[in-house]
Design a protein around this ligand. Structure first.
Ligand code: AVI
Length: 360
């Protein structure tokens, strides 16, 4: 099936290779009691992790994909990052959602199927649920445990909410458990996660979201703005070392899942704002000359050599509108905080621009 085909919501076979567990146990409780959660596991597979890691480490400039951060521990560390005094994006975005939530709901529409990409702990959507009142809420996340825990917590807080949770990797072509007669879809993509994609990949992802929504569909998306580099450097290299632990956890995950022998004490975290490319870069720096075994392959590191683990692009409003425009979206409204740290955009997909959209 092509990815376009996979995204079409009229295909009843959509569910065929998803695992729907009617009673996944979380702790001692069962989801069935809540009656409003269905879970679909599209299994972002470990085989992909192995191939991706080896491919990234074989490169002359070593790199690892930021999506590898989000195992269970990494997801917990990311949640801790969002509460750090230096990490302004989460609280700033929530402030914007609180202040303008009803305006956003007026534009996005109520009583629709609301898909959240990268839902994580589903914290932000809680700010909007009362205003949006979706008929179905569909969180999509790569971390199964995190997704289940969050869906459960949300169902307890909003017992009448119908939840369809999908464990999937939205950074690649993905499928969702949509019913053929669901025509009124909206998407929510908060947290400036779009910034973790290089611009070309960001265009592709927005194109996939556009295919999913169809003409007239709306996307509410959070985008971090360029700002004083000192604020950015601190946000990605906090005093308590939580971001460093988050970055290094990637090596712990590879040790565990790919039978590797990274010595975490032989690497350190580095983050800085690259002004020219308008992005924060995160790296793991080798402190010594060393050889590391990963899945039976040996990789050499020089002193100071880095593994590039993440980019976090910061887009000015016009630059982002041009990027979204390439995927067929037009800007309906943008909200920012008073300090101009962060933006939330409501975008609408205009007449089918799929023919012009970039394809992978
Ligand atoms: C998930 N993403 C938007 C975060 C960011 O700000 O780019 C990930 C992160 N990396 C370090 N701190 C937070």
């Amino acid at each position: 099936m092509t990815y376009l085909g996979a995204l079409q919501r009229s295909e009843p076979t959509l569910f065929s290779d998803a695992t729907t567990d009617p009673e996944p146990a979380i702790g001692r409780r069962s989801l069935r009691a809540l009656g409003s959660i269905r879970f679909f596991d599209y299994r972002p597979t470990p085989a992909d992790v192995r191939a991706e890691v080896l491919e990234g480490l074989r490169r002359p400039a070593k790199r690892l994909s930021p999506k590898l951060f989000y195992d269970q521990r990494g997801s917990q560390l990311f949640d801790a990052i969002t509460e750090l005094p230096e990490y302004y994006p989460t609280r700033t975005e929530i402030g914007i959602l609180r202040e303008y939530g009803s305006e956003m709901a007026d534009l996005l529409g109520r009583d629709n199927v609301l898909i959240e990409l990268g839902s994580g702990s589903s914290l932000k959507i809680q700010t909007l649920l009362a205003a949006l009142q979706p008929s179905v809420y569909m969180p999509v996340d790569i971390s199964k445990e995190h997704l289940l825990e969050s869906a459960h917590a949300l169902a307890e807080r909003f017992p009448s909410l119908s939840i369809r949770a999908a464990c999937a990797d939205y950074s690649a072509p993905f499928r969702l458990p949509l019913e053929p007669d669901w025509t009124d879809l909206a998407a929510f993509f908060p947290g400036s996660s779009i910034g973790n994609f290089d611009p070309a990949d960001a265009r592709l992802l927005l194109g996939r979201v556009a295919d999913l929504l169809g003409t007239g569909g709306r996307l509410l998306i959070g985008v971090d703005l360029p700002k004083d580099p000192a604020i950015l450097d601190a946000a990605y290299d906090d005093a308590q070392g939580v971001t460093a632990a988050f970055n290094l956890n990637l090596l712990a995950r590879i040790n565990r899942e790919l039978d590797a022998d990274f010595d975490l004490a032989a690497f350190c975290h580095r983050a800085f704002f690259n002004t020219e490319l308008s992005r924060v870069e995160m790296h793991l720096v080798s402190l010594v000359e060393q050889q590391v075994e990963v899945a039976g392959e040996s990789f050499g590191f020089r002193v100071g050599e880095t593994i590039h683990t993440e980019n976090s692009y910061k887009y000015g409003i016009d630059t982002f509108h041009r990027l979204a425009g390439d995927a067929g979206f037009v800007a309906e409204k943008v909200w920012t905080d008073r300090q101009g740290l962060f933006s939330v955009h409501c975008l609408r997909l205009v007449a089918d621009a799929s023919a012009q959209r970039p394809r992978a």
